[in-house]
Ligand binder design. Structure first.
Ligand code: PGA
Length: 248
């Protein structure tokens, strides 16, 4: 599977940051073995679309219903019209800040698919769960519960993001990342059968130019979801280069 490197800008970025996307687009065009995405804040999706070249622009969330009385929310169709071809759902910051449940995340992914859009569905354990030794079962169960009954594996990507690794500079042992990706792969196979091989599993949490190559070289790590290091081309481009270097 081609490596997929996605930047999650979170609540960062004004129009003055669009030149970073232009610079990332130039690098993406030169590294043809890697797929690259950026999820800017929704306010920048349309403008990002004008400068993104081969970089796929996505959103950071999406409401589960198509329209209606949901002040402040954005539907899949709205995000698509603005220029997003996919959205992140179930990021741990939204699960914590907005109280999102597995069931709600499943509904969002289904809404995206219904609009012909991709979903990057995030799962990951807390430090307590990691320390208790129950990370594999806990995250596999979280994934199972976050998969809607109607879901197209061709439009699905999973991001394994240990909560304690996000923005902290800490990452799991490489063996632990590999074991988790295998466990999630098994969960996807149980649900989708052979079609599970179409579902990429990204790693996210403190990916940077220094650790990207070792993480991306792991066999079932199909890419990375990158927060802080994606805000500037100077730290995001080396991650794209690392992905290219480990691609056959
Ligand atoms: P980070 O964030 O790379 O800044 O740790 C990753 C994420 O939250 O997607």
């Amino acid at each position: 599977m081609r490596k997929y490197i996605v930047g999650n800008w979170k609540m960062n970025g004004l129009a003055a940051s669009l030149h970073e996307i232009s610079a990332i687009a130039t690098a993406a065009a030169a590294h043809t073995k890697v797929d690259v995405g950026i999820c800017p804040p929704a306010t920048l999706i349309q403008a990002a679309q004008d400068v993104c070249g081969p970089v796929k622009i996505g959103a950071q969330d999406c409401h589960a219903v198509a329209s209606g009385a949901h002040t402040g929310n954005l539907s899949a169709a709205m995000l698509k019209e603005a220029g997003a071809s996919y959205a992140i759902v179930g990021h741990s910051e939204r699960r914590a800040d907005q109280g999102e449940t597995n069931e709600g995340v499943a509904a969002k992914a289904a809404a995206l698919n219904a609009a012909g859009m991709g979903a990057i569905l995030c799962v990951g354990e807390s430090l307590d769960v990691r320390d208790s030794g129950a990370a594999l079962e806990t995250v596999a169960q979280q994934l199972k519960e976050s998969l809607a009954s109607v879901l197209d594996p061709m439009l699905l990507t999973i991001a394994y993001e240990p909560i304690w690794a996000i923005g902290t500079g800490r990452i799991p042992e490489l063996d632990d990342i590999a074991a988790m990706h295998d466990a999630l792969s098994d969960t996807l196979h149980a649900r989708f059968g052979d079609a599970a091989s179409d579902v990429g599993i990204l790693y996210g949490g403190s990916v940077n130019p220094g650790n990207a190559e070792a993480i991306l070289a792991l066999s079932r790590v199909d890419g990375a979801l990158v927060g802080g290091a994606s805000l500037k081309a100077e730290s995001f481009v080396p991650i794209i280069v690392a992905a290219e270097s480990v691609s056959a």
